[in-house]
Design a protein around this ligand. Structure first.
Ligand SMILES: NC(=O)c1ccc[n+]([C@@H]2O[C@H](COP(=O)([O-])OP(=O)(O)OC[C@H]3O[C@@H](n4cnc5c(N)ncnc54)[C@H](OP(=O)(O)O)[C@@H]3O)[C@@H](O)[C@H]2O)c1
Length: 386
């Protein structure tokens, strides 16, 4: 590590997810051996959090995403910056800029495709030039899908074109910050007709995947296509690592439910949100439904589970990777993000950290898989059907 005062700074520490990440960093400080600080726009809230966690060694830094100087003063003090201040479409770009200026490595938990696209298209080359590694989507978006798809693709023979479908099953709920972020993303997409993000050139042998609601015999459940950030990340990993995925690689992602009735109960409210978001009054009503800073209670989270099954095919062979764990959006996101930061730190120390804007698989690969397994996340690859 460098001579900077902190190995890791957590920006957005006072938010619902940030508080869980801060608590986990404090818990891991002694076994992992790192110096860290929490950061945000309110020093009072940071002090309060420090008291609550009961770790008075932890530094507190005031920085506001609307004030680039304060961000640079913060990022200059850390080797790695973890960002949980979202919506990232609102608060994210200036933090990325500050990291590039001060040569600070960066991880976040965005799930916003437009932000991910923006960071890659605007900063990849610059990050490579200055030797900084930036990794978006180090939470439930997109670590399980990215790792599961990679492990499945690698287990299939190289010669034939490969197809991987991931199927998500969860009973989890969301925070006020995630709700605000999702409503804002839907608003940008429907009202501002935000550009559809290209996945890059298509190899002529790439298999075609039908992305529609259907009953999948692969998992014996109803499958609904998920237009979320994971496909962008997975396809970028595939483009960067053709030895693992092959040149002709197709990917599809689905949320699964046990009955058609449940599909209807999910789709109708989502369709209503797409309509309500178009009008200022109903949009504001939607924004006010759940307050930023709030989220599911510890008791609710303790009952939440997720399972991602990545089922891949090449020729006649079908392989599958299962990634599963507890509450995906918050407890496991805090785990994934902190373990991603520790993996980044290890790779940096071993001179194995690549620069540029990278996916979790590209930047952290098998070291992250090993760490998550040790932390109780199940990650297993085997032939499908066994
Ligand atoms: N990828 C995933 O799996 C995943 C999982 C969980 C969350 N998320 C995303 O993470 C983000 C945070 O979620 P959350 O539930 O934790 O939201 P939240 O509770 O609303 O927290 C938002 C954080 O951003 C901070 N913030 C707001 N404006 C700021 C500014 N101008 N300068 C500095 N900080 C500012 C807030 O500070 P104050 O406390 O001072 O208001 C707070 O710390 C959301 O975008 C959510 O979608 C993603």
């Amino acid at each position: 590590m460098t001579t900077r005062p902190y190995d890791i700074i957590l920006f957005g520490a006072t938010g619902f997810t940030g508080r869980l990440v801060a608590a986990r960093l404090a818990e891991k400080q002694s076994p992992e051996g790192f110096r860290f600080a929490i950061a945000g726009r309110s020093i009072e809230k940071l002090e309060q959090l420090r008291q609550q966690i009961g770790d008075m060694e932890m530094g507190c830094i005031r920085a506001d995403s609307g004030d680039l100087q304060s961000l640079e003063a913060m990022t200059a003090q850390a080797t790695i910056l973890i960002n949980t201040a979202g919506p990232f479409n609102w608060y994210g770009e200036s933090v990325v800029k500050a990291c590039i200026t001060t040569g600070t490595h960066y991880l976040d938990i965005t799930g916003e495709p437009a932000f991910v696209h923006q960071v890659y298209s605007r900063y990849h080359q610059e990050a490579q030039q200055v030797g900084v590694c930036l990794v978006n989507c180090c939470g439930f978006d997109s670590i399980p899908a990215d790792l599961a798809t990679w492990l499945t693709a690698r287990s299939l023979p190289r010669e034939s074109p490969k197809t991987v479908r991931t199927f998500l099953r969860t009973n989890a709920t969301f925070s006020g910050g995630t709700w605000t972020t999702a409503i804002h993303a839907i608003y940008r997409r429907t009202v501002h007709r935000e550009e559809r993000l290209s996945s890059g050139p298509r190899h002529p042998d790439t298999p075609r995947l039908d992305l529609k609601i259907h009953f999948s015999r692969l998992v014996d459940r109803w499958a609904i296509p998920m237009p979320v950030v994971d496909p962008h990340i997975v396809k970028r990993s595939a483009r960067q690592l053709p030895d693992d995925y092959g040149e002709a690689f197709a990917y599809g992602q689905f949320f699964t439910l046990s009955s058609f009735w449940k599909v209807v109960r999910l789709i109708v409210p989502i369709a209503a949100v797409f309509i309500l978001v178009r009008f200022a009054a109903t949009r504001n009503w939607l924004f006010n439904r759940f307050r930023p800073g709030t989220g599911p209670s510890a008791e609710t989270r303790s009952k939440s589970r997720f399972e991602v099954r990545a089922i891949g095919q090449a020729g006649k062979l079908q392989m599958e990777t299962i990634v599963s764990g507890g509450d995906p959006g918050y407890d496991e996101t805090a785990k994934m993000l902190t373990e991603a930061a520790f993996t980044m730190r290890d790779r940096l120390a071993a001179h194995r950290l690549i620069s540029g804007v990278r996916t979790p698989v590209e930047a952290l690969g098998m070291d992250l898989v090993d760490r998550l397994r040790k932390e109780g996340i199940r990650i297993e690859t085997h032939p499908h059907g066994q």
